[in-house]
Design a protein around this ligand. Structure first.
Ligand code: AHR
Length: 511
């Protein structure tokens, strides 16, 4: 049996839970938009062609902010193609994903969807093939009340009131050679600086995200952030991070320890941003926007739906692309990635799981058919619902186990929050051990545990194994079940099954 002891103290907090930590991402890629969130003619479609079955799942999952319209897609996108009468919109080739974009869905449709989903819009601009002029026109179109060319065009297109979009990404993964309009750090840094300035001259309330590295394995990682921020420091609020994880060659132990990498990645980007701030003698702090993260099986040459092979396919409209099916192991990893984001909630103020529907997504849907929750839906939904108030520091003494990539790691991974207003502590726990259950004891300091603690767990279902997943035919095979939790002498005790993710709700009073 694995053992772990966790101490939390109401006086040792990380900061308030940033609500934008539970973001998601909708890209014009594969079937995320078309037959994902939007499918006129689907039995559940509303008058705007939005799938209400998907909207219901989105409401249950609880994302707070959704990035749009890409992703790599945005670097070749003309936003003006997606406005005005649908029948007049051009069909275009999208080079990023080698598809034909019909533009039946654009800015107005997305803002309409976001309002129905109750999420904030995080709009990305094209800094690949476009620049300052297109960006400031878009801000005027979206946010200016009226009486100018672009704002009156919005009104003529049916939106009398401004969209009032505050959060904007200055391009996407501009360090990546695959990116349309790929740039060096100085080229991008200067462009982002001038674009930010011009956008803020239209609307000074904007919050802006500069592109960091596409991932921490990029050869320019670190130097890229330093150069970009030395140009943009006073013009932007956030620098972005992207990370995708997968199991390599059956090494489940390393895969399950992926959050160790996330922890390091976050610390390094924060340190680099602070070093630039110090050099510039700036009083300002740049925060982090982890605006793409997830499990993504970037399979080898065998798979035709992978980005590096998509260009070999004929031009298609919204084909099936990277529709990864997530299993129990993947869901536990997603839970630990959320733990890492929460533990760094003082610096990571925005995070977007990529993506929302069908494309490496927690929600899947079939054209004309059902929509269902993948295994990874559950840790996201429960963490988004329960992580409220203050993030608590966690002192963890856990048994460890060896991993090939990260050395010895804690077998039990945790994050915790304290919602003072509602008198509730929430614990998010993962047992990364594949074979043994873990006995966990949580000691509270400055807080007294009351009665009525509850816990839910996601683990291998009866008769399944760690690869068991939900499917259209069996959509609830992997889900949450109740877990026993005891409170004795002010200590909370529970046993996590091998390979599991759990959340605990604990009524507390001040001690
Ligand atoms: O989310 C899928 C793709 O991954 C995005 O388009 C891109 O930004 C990243 O490389």
């Amino acid at each position: 049996m694995t053992r772990a002891r966790i101490v939390i103290d109401r006086d040792f907090t990380v900061g308030e839970v940033p609500r934008r930590l539970f973001g998601s991402f909708v890209e014009h890629m594969g079937r995320c938009v078309y037959t994902g969130i939007y499918e006129p003619g689907h039995p559940s479609a509303d008058a705007d062609g939005l799938r209400t079955d998907v909207l219901e799942l989105v409401a249950e999952m609880g994302p707070t902010v959704v990035r749009y319209p890409g992703g790599n897609f945005v670097s070749g996108y003309r936003w003006t193609d997606g406005i005005g009468p649908v029948e007049d919109r051009p069909r275009r080739l999208d080079g990023a994903w080698h598809t034909v974009e019909s533009n039946r869905f654009g800015l107005h449709e997305f803002v309409g969807w976001a309002r129905k989903a109750g999420v904030e819009v995080m709009e990305a601009i094209n800094l690949g093939t476009a620049g300052v002029e297109e960006a400031r026109a878009l801000v005027e179109y979206a946010n200016h009340p009226g009486g100018t060319y672009w704002s009156d065009l919005r009104r003529a297109n049916g939106a009398e009131e401004p969209f009032d979009i505050r959060l904007w990404c200055l391009g996407n993964e501009m360090d990546g050679p695959w990116q349309i309009g790929h740039k060096t750090a100085s080229e991008y840094g200067r462009l982002a600086q001038e674009t930010a300035k011009a956008m803020r001259l239209v609307d000074p309330r904007l919050e802006l995200v500069a592109c960091g590295s596409s991932n921490s394995g990029m050869p320019t990682f670190g130097a890229w952030e330093e150069t970009v921020l030395s140009h943009t420091y006073e013009e932007v609020d956030f620098i972005s991070l992207h990370a995708y994880y997968q199991e390599h060659d059956g090494d489940a132990a390393s895969f399950l320890a992926s959050s160790v990498d996330t922890d390091h990645f976050i610390s390094r980007v924060a340190a680099t941003a602070d070093a630039v701030g110090a050099k510039l003698k700036s009083k300002k702090q740049i925060n982090l926007s982890f605006d793409e993260w997830n499990v993504w099986y970037q399979r080898g040459l065998d798979s035709e739906d992978q980005p590096h092979r998509i260009a070999e396919q004929p031009w298609r409209e919204h084909p099936r692309v990277i529709e990864d099916t997530y299993n129990v192991t993947d869901a536990v990893v997603v839970g630990t990635l959320l733990n890492s984001l929460l533990r760094h909630g003082d610096r990571v103020q925005i995070a977007n799981q990529a993506q929302l529907v069908n494309v490496i997504a927690p929600i899947r849907s079939e054209p004309g058919g059902p929509a269902w929750r993948q295994s990874s839906f559950h840790p996201f939904a429960r963490t988004a619902a329960l992580a409220k108030g203050q993030i608590l520091q966690t002192r963890v003494s856990s048994d460890k186990h060896p991993t090939a990539r990260f050395g010895d790691v804690d077998t039990v991974d945790v994050s915790a929050t304290w919602d003072e207003e509602n008198g509730r502590v929430a614990l998010f726990l993962a047992n990364r051990g594949l074979d043994e259950a873990a006995e966990v004891e949580v000691e509270l300091r400055g807080l007294v545990a009351g009665t009525g603690a509850t816990a839910e767990v996601l683990t291998t279902p009866e008769g399944g194994d760690r690869f068991t997943a939900n499917t259209a035919e069996d959509p609830a095979r992997v889900g949450l079940t109740d877990l026993a939790v005891g409170v004795e002498d002010g200590r909370v005790r529970l046993t996590l099954p091998a390979l599991s993710w759990a959340c605990v709700q604990l009524p507390v009073s001040l001690g």
